[in-house]
Design a protein around this ligand. Structure first.
Ligand code: PLP
Length: 402
């Protein structure tokens, strides 16, 4: 047996499941998190060793849950660029700004990280049938990695999500179902399918391995900034997997001695009406289900995240914030960043910029801060949001710029 996975720890009760198990949740119904033999990892590998490895999230192999290297299902996901954005920093009035561009991942979103880690580990454990509720990007990533692993993927999404969602799932041969209803309906339908047909229900934090893939975003930010963390991380929050994963891995990196105890403030950005923002503003430990509000940023449209208490814990522990932004603010910053930085943000990514803009206006952020924005997907997945039309010139005509 190799790899450094030690066991699975419950996030609510004191249950601990040592070694290899095919359980996805605790007996008490709560999410489980992977624990590693950190002391052994500390002896086995250093940041210097990692610097020489391939530019993919699997460079952090020791902190990922797979036992045997041969089980790894990869398309070189991760190690995405951390792009300095000076003009944007000037526009917002923030000292230093970086965009962590997850749009360069396979399938165009950071969901590739979770799918790579989870499908690798589950297949290693002998599990080969999965279902995934989605608004498009999660299903697409699981379909692609499922195809590569040769396992069965069932995915469902609301009919009014961008078409690239179901089309991406189709091209990878997944079983796709379009639901004439809300995201909440989709969750119910997939959960029911899982119970009936024995599929592994791979929703956010419903199994412990997806979050392991996503936590690598936090390791990369640290490595790319010279093993130091920024002052603030803005993250567009849906199921919360990214924020929970990054907060988890900062503990692991500190225990390994790879980073100091200086942590960033974690900021959840959601659309107007988002349940995490509401709970945070009321000082609550859990979310109340909010109505499914239609928005142009479907990745951050979750009525009540299953792991809401873990998102809120990370926000409180980091002295962070939660902020809600409107579709108009999102469109404004998509256009601004496209025009002045050349990066085609997803609406979810643009939401983080809009969130920071608000924090500056409220006096909570200024030129003394170093900030990272997560662009969780490429804007190329959202061509319907591009505004304006170029003129059409007849083939026999000429350009008249006036
Ligand atoms: C899934 C998704 C999110 C939300 O991710 P979580 O880590 O589950 O909060 C944000 N943006 C995009 C583009 C997504 O696909």
């Amino acid at each position: 047996m190799s790899g450094y996975l030690h066991g699975l720890e419950c996030t609510k009760c004191d249950a601990y499941y040592q070694g290899d198990t095919t359980r996805a949740l605790c007996d008490c119904g709560s999410p489980l998190l992977v624990r590693y033999e950190l002391e052994a990892i500390r002896k086995a590998v250093t940041p210097k060793d990692i610097a020489c490895r391939l530019p993919s999230m699997w460079r952090y192999r020791e902190l990922l849950p797979v036992r045997d290297d041969k089980a790894i299902v990869t398309m070189r996901e991760g190690f995405t660029p951390l792009i300095p954005a000076e003009r944007l920093a000037g526009e917002l009035g923030i000292g230093e700004v970086y965009i962590k561009d997850e749009g360069t991942n396979p399938t165009g979103t950071f969901k590739a990280r979770g799918a790579s880690a989870a499908i690798s580990r589950w297949k290693e454990l002998g599990v080969t049938k999965f279902c995934q509720p989605t608004v498009g990007s999660g299903g697409h990533a699981w379909a692609a990695y499922g195809a590569r692993a040769g396992v069965e993927i069932h995915t469902a999404l609301p009919v009014d999500c961008p078409e690239i969602g179901w089309k991406g799932c189709s091209i990878s041969g997944a079983h796709v179902y379009r639901v004439d209803g809300t995201v909440t309906d989709v969750f119910r339908i997939m959960k029911d399918g899982a119970e009936r047909y024995g599929w592994l229900y791979a929703g956010a934090l419903r199994e412990p391995y997806r979050v392991e893939g996503k936590k690598t975003m936090g390791i990369e930010v640290a490595e790319q900034l010279g093993w130091e963390l920024p002052d603030v991380i803005f993250y567009p929050t849906g199921g919360g997997v990214g924020i929970i994963g990054m907060w988890k891995v900062f503990d692991e990196l500190e225990a390994l001695g790879w980073i100091s105890g200086r942590r960033p403030r974690m900021v959840s950005v959601q659309c107007t009406g988002g349940s995490v923002v509401k709970a945070f503003n009321n000082g609550k430990e859990e979310c109340e289900a909010c109505p499914d509000v239609p928005t142009i940023a479907p990745g951050i449209m979750v009525a009540k995240p299953f792991s809401d208490f873990l998102i809120l814990r990370a926000l409180y522990a980091s002295k962070g914030w939660a902020v809600a932004v409107s579709d108009d603010e999102i469109l404004h910053f998509m256009a601004w960043v496209g025009r002045h930085e050349g990066i085609f943000l997803s609406p979810e990514g643009a939401a983080t910029v809009a969130g920071a803009h608000r924090m500056v206006q409220q006096g909570q952020l200024d030129r003394s801060h170093k900030v990272v924005f997560f662009n969780t997907a490429t804007g190329l997945r959202y061509p319907h949001l591009i505004q304006g039309q170029p003129p059409i010139i007849p083939g026999s005509g000429n350009i008249d710029p006036a």
